[in-house]
Design a protein around this ligand. Structure first.
Ligand code: ATP
Ligand code: MG
Length: 246
């Protein structure tokens, strides 16, 4: 089976995430897209994150109606920052020989890949599907690669003319560009919008997720649900941080 690993903080999951997962599944005939929320995202340890259990619950609600989209606990409770190269290897160790894994990622995250933990090794683990996002040109992709893999400037120049749905074939990996999704939306915007009013949330997130955000009072100015990432991991999983106020 062809499948994809889609990592993120998903705080919260939104229509943009779902659109790129569905577009990737359609285009590459993926039987599964595993949504893997990071428990301890290395790049976001300084900002407050919503408890893992809430982010996972929202993922489960958002993906319930599509058999191909599956929430995963692969990165939960690992006790250490979730480095993608480890997550990919953990997933691969559970797959069959005939399975074919892709790493699904948005272009804004891919632009930072050189700063990730062991990026060359990560890129060598599987092929990538990079989804476009407003504000980024797909030609920037080649330039964002770790130096060891970066194509020559002549090739980079040629890439600038390549259409959005093209492919960059490198010796160790192939990067497929998914250019037909253009959702102008981010979790940051949604958290900011929810702080002001929870009324319009279903424009950005599925109805069930909007209902969950309201019910659990997530993202409000003084929400009791937000916890410092990295602090009290067991607190999140044991629900001690959860409020039962209605
Ligand atoms: P935040 O604003 O908190 O960073 P986000 O909307 O970027 O949230 P993440 O959980 O950080 O969501 O992203 C998970 C993955 O989804 C990343 O690979 C990111 O690039 C991708 N992604 C998120 N939103 C979009 C979008 N609108 N279009 C394409 N890719 C997206
Ligand atoms: Mg992000």
């Amino acid at each position: 089976m062809k499948l994809a690993l889609f990592g993120g903080t998903f705080d919260p999951i939104h229509r943009g995430h779902l659109a790129i997962a569905r577009a990737a599944a359609d285009r590459f005939q993926l039987g599964r897209v595993y949504f893997v929320p990071a428990d301890l995202p290395p790049h976001k340890l300084n900002r407050e994150l919503t408890g893992f259990h809430h982010r996972f619950a929202m993922l489960a609600l958002a993906t319930a109606d599509d058999e191909r989209l599956v929430p995963s606990l692969l990165d939960s409770n690992t006790g250490q920052p979730n480095y993608s190269v480890h997550t990919v290897r953990r997933l691969k160790s559970t797959l069959r020989k005939s399975d074919n894994l892709y790493f699904l990622i948005g272009i804004d995250a891919f632009m930072e890949i050189s700063t990730w933990y062991h990026p060359v090794e990560l890129l060598a683990e599987c092929d990538f599907i990079v989804a476009s996002r407003p504000g980024h040109s797909l030609a920037e992709l080649g330039e964002a690669l770790p130096e060891a893999l970066r194509p020559s400037s002549a090739v980079l120049k040629a890439l600038r003319k390549q259409e959005a749905s093209g492919t960059i074939a490198l010796p160790s990996t192939t990067i497929h560009l998914l250019g037909d999704v253009n959702e102008r939306i981010s979790s940051t915007q949604i958290r900011a919008a929810a702080r002001k009013s929870v009324k319009q949330l279903s424009r950005f997130v599925p109805e069930l997720v909007a209902g969950y955000i309201k019910k659990q009072h997530l993202y409000m100015a003084k929400s009791p649900q937000r916890e410092k990432a990295g602090a009290g991991n067991s607190k999140v999983l044991s629900f001690r941080g959860a409020s039962h106020r209605s």
